[in-house]
Design a protein around this ligand. Structure first.
Ligand code: BV8
Length: 224
């Protein structure tokens, strides 16, 4: 059985990672437009670098939760061909053991060099403009997809969404495209669709099934 699971900030929330649209739509005290766009980076690179440095440090102190571990178990289940497509830039899916994984919005633990295009693994801060390990120039940015930028591996994702028998959306508000369009795409290609969320979204095309509750409860109960 071919399954695609799309995850959003909600799957990491119980690990202690802030969601985007939580307290009053501010994101760690910032408006999204002020920190998650190329324009914001051009205008005020320090603020943007500090924003991601803070999140990179925070993610290093948290652990995968029961929902991440349940998806890693699902990948190993006999007869299951699973692809996890995450909008999250934390590494909690990997640390829980998921292997077939796409970070469509990039990763905190990778940097991108604006000079040579290198994408080195990165665990430290970027605000002090460290040299790129590939070319030595001091032009590193977070390897994260900002608004207006092209997400990663769209062809691979769309191919999997069109071919899957089941599409599950876990912990995402379904606001950001093209991710938000995948449930309808899967349905159009004949898949069963399911939403697992603390607060079900009023998706334009309703899911076949909705399981309401915290990810650490509803994801293991679905998987096991
Ligand atoms: C692009 C990385 C060109 C940065 C992020 C139509 C087609 C294509 C593009 C667009 C379009 N319409 C508009 C656009 C432009 C734009 C867009 O979608 N804007 C929105 C605001 C309208 N999209 C883009 O710019 C994208 N690129 O378009 O390229 C293109 C053109 C055509 C075709 C392809 C490409 C790039 C978008 C990527 C932006 N980068 N993140 C970073 O992380 O710092 S987006 C960011 O918000 C996250 O990555 C995430 O993807 C996104 C959504 O957040 P969620 O994960 O859903 O989190 P949220 O807080 O919103 O919701 C949490 C959910 O969890 C809630 O439902 C809550 O109920 C639930 N929850 C909470 N706690 C729990 C829980 N559930 C379970 N258990 C719990 N405990």
């Amino acid at each position: 059985m071919r399954i695609v699971v799309l995850t959003g900030a909600g799957i990491s929330e119980e690990s202690g990672v802030a969601t985007f649209r939580g307290a009053g739509g501010l994101w760690e005290g910032h408006r999204v437009e002020d920190v998650a766009t190329p324009e914001a980076f051009d205008l005020d690179p320090e603020t943007v670098q500090r924003f991601y440095d803070t999140r990179r440090r925070a993610v290093a102190t948290v652990s995968p939760n029961a929902a991440h571990h349940a998806l890693a178990r699902l990948e190993r289940a006999p007869g299951i061909d699973l692809l996890v497509v995450t909008q999250n830039i934390d590494d909690l899916h990997e640390r829980a053991g998921t292997r077939q994984l796409v970070h469509m919005h990039g990763e905190l633990r990778r940097a991108r060099c604006l000079a040579c295009g290198g994408q080195p693994e990165w665990t430290g801060d970027l605000v002090d403009r460290p040299p790129c390990p590939v070319c030595g120039q001091r032009m590193l940015r977070p390897d994260v997809v900002w608004f207006g930028e092209m997400p990663y591996e769209l062809d691979r994702i769309e191919e999997a969404v069109e071919a899957c028998d089941m599409f599950a959306s876990v912990g995402t508000s379904g606001v950001v495209y093209p991710a938000a369009g995948y449930a309808a795409m899967a349905k159009a290609f004949g898949a069963r669709t399911m939403e697992l969320n603390l607060v079900p979204t009023d998706a334009p095309l309703p899911f076949d099934e909705v399981r309401e509750g915290p990810a650490t409860v509803v994801v293991p109960s679905w998987v096991d």
